[in-house]
Write a protein that binds this ligand. Structure first.
Ligand SMILES: Cc1cc2nc3c(=O)[nH]c(=O)nc-3n(C[C@H](O)[C@H](O)[C@H](O)COP(=O)(O)OP(=O)(O)OC[C@H]3O[C@@H](n4cnc5c(N)ncnc54)[C@H](O)[C@@H]3O)c2cc1C
Length: 491
């Protein structure tokens, strides 16, 4: 034993890697740590959020978030194909599938989640796949090359991404959703209806309110899906995207507190019921909630790293915003805060342009002066401004409906100048307006430089437009003041 504090990280997904990054940065303050990463996959961390870009030509190394050399430089020990199967909490070591032991002072469970496959008879046949890892995508590519028709079970955010992938691979594509609408978590009924229409216009067949009962041999295709009520659909391959479940098996088997519906229970410092074991990312259950987005996982990683290094009790994980913006098959969708107007007294303004296929809804509080949420389908150009108003609890402009009405233009758009310095612009990496401005002042005057110096836009990427606006408004200020500065030496 080396005498250093031994930190063992189980799982090297996006959050596990972010934790290692944080710990490495913080330990430069003189702390002595020995960090060991045990990755259950056959590779180190990669960008799962942008996984679908694998089908537009990106390679596994383009998606990589780290390399053996980087971990080497950081003095991080790492092992791939090192699935942990056992935790000995008394003697404080974990054992991998290969029987290797790793002793820890602090153990981090960053095991993420796995796709839920409903218990449908026939689900384990060949060409019945999931969409989570690079290896899954390679299997999908192989299967698609021997298929003509593909079905995605699940019409949520990831299901539509998977459908997009099948379409790009040249398959006749269907989405089968159990609920009466697509993306029911993020989008309201009217938005869901428009989304369905738009996706169908792109040539994807959408079947809502369909419960699959079994998968049997097909006649024209490899398989036949049989639905409740007697409907049938033939397909050559099936992708399950019916939600995710936390990989909480290690916590469950080795006595950590687990939520009623799964997830390793954590406190505000991301500690589990064993104070030497932390859980972060999609395997962690905070306040009875699992966060299926990367930004909350990054915050957990930061909080846990600080807690381990500084015993920092001040920084805490206190929940996270679940707003999302995405572009699926060219269809823009945005969802902010209380999209379903569930808060007491919440009221909505709706703009429904059935000619151009644009649906926008904003949800405001009872007194109508604060934004609680929004749904945008077909046009998300207002997303960044609405998100900043929502996150910073800014007073609404009068009249509030101008925020989503067409031609309101400058009224709806938020001027970065109106945002407070501590406004969080990049939610994933918690980058504030002030940090971006300081980066610009230090010479990072374009997006690429600001991204690399602040890490803004490097998570889900949806803040890019707002970061550009801040750069533009700062560059304008610099341009206006430049002539004076230039003329100064001549005087
Ligand atoms: C296609 C797709 C698109 C997405 N798009 C978005 C998006 O636009 N915005 C957004 O915010 N989020 C998005 N997400 C979700 C985001 O990717 C996750 O929130 C994030 O990756 C969670 O990170 P994690 O480290 O907790 O889990 P994971 O990334 O799942 O990593 C966990 C790792 O732990 C490993 N592991 C599990 N058990 C063990 C064990 N016993 N021993 C060793 N290793 C183990 C797993 O193999 C895995 O490598 C998307 C996800 C997918 C699949």
């Amino acid at each position: 034993m080396s005498g250093k504090q031994r930190v063992v990280v189980v799982g090297n997904g996006m959050v596990g890697h972010h934790f290692v990054e944080q710990l490495t940065q913080l330990k430069q303050h003189g702390d002595e740590l020995e960090i060991t990463v045990l990755s259950g996959e056959d590779r180190l961390a990669y960008d799962r959020v942008h996984l679908s870009e694998f089908f537009s030509g990106k390679t596994a190394s383009d998606l990589a978030l780290t390399t053996a050399d980087i971990y080497g430089d950081w003095h991080v020990n790492f092992f791939t194909n090192a699935k942990v199967e056992n935790i000995d909490r008394q003697q404080q070591f974990v054992t991998t599938q290969q029987g290797n032991r790793f002793y820890y002072d602090k153990l981090i469970l960053a095991t993420g989640s796995f796709p839920f496959v409903p218990p449908i008879p026939g689900k384990d046949r060949d060409h019945c796949l999931v969409y989570r890892t690079i290896n899954d995508l390679e299997a999908i590519k192989r299967s698609a090359s021997q298929s003509k028709v593909g079905v995605v079970i699940g019409g949520g955010l990831l299901g539509l991404e998977a459908a997009n992938a099948l379409k790009k691979l040249g398959l006749q594509t269907h989405v089968v959703e159990f609920a009466p609408q697509l993306m029911g978590v993020q989008v309201d009924q009217a938005g869901g209806r428009l989304l369905k229409k738009k996706i169908e216009q792109l040539g994807v067949n959408v079947h809502t309110s369909m419960a699959t009962e079994q998968i049997v041999e097909g006649h024209q295709c490899r398989y036949k899906m049989c639905f409740k009520g007697g409907h049938e659909l033939e397909t050559d391959m099936i992708l399950f995207s019916a939600g995710i479940r936390p990989y909480d098996n290690l916590g469950r088997e080795f006595g950590l507190d687990i939520g009623e519906r799964g997830g390793i229970v954590i406190n505000n410092h991301c500690q589990t019921s064993d104070r030497n074991i932390y859980a972060i990312g999609e395997c962690a259950l905070w306040s009875n909630f699992i966060f299926g987005l990367v930004a909350p996982g990054y915050t957990m990683a930061k909080v846990a790293a600080k807690h381990i290094i500084f015993n920092n009790e001040v920084d805490a994980f206190t929940g996270a915003d679940m707003s999302t913006k995405l572009k699926l098959m060219g269809v823009e969708v945005g969802s902010i805060g209380d999209a379903h107007a569930r808060a007491t007294g919440a009221k909505s303004y709706i703009f429904d342009d059935q000619i151009n296929g644009i649906y926008k809804k904003i949800v405001v509080n009872q007194s109508g002066d604060r934004l609680l949420g929004a749904v945008l389908v077909g046009d998300t150009s207002d997303y960044d401004s609405l998100l900043q108003r929502y996150l910073n609890n800014l007073a609404l402009v009068e009249p509030a409906e101008s925020l989503i009405m067409p031609l309101a233009g400058s009224l709806a758009e938020i001027d970065p100048v109106d945002l407070p310095d501590d406004a969080i612009i990049c939610v994933c990496n918690k980058v504030t307006k002030l940090t971006i401005q300081n980066s610009i002042l230090s010479g990072c005057t374009d997006l690429a430089k600001v991204k690399s110096s602040t890490k803004a836009c490097t998570g889900c990427g949806s803040c890019e437009q707002m970061v550009k606006s801040i750069i533009d408004s700062n560059n304008m200020l610099v341009t206006i003041t430049e002539p004076e500065q230039l003329s100064a030496p001549a005087v």
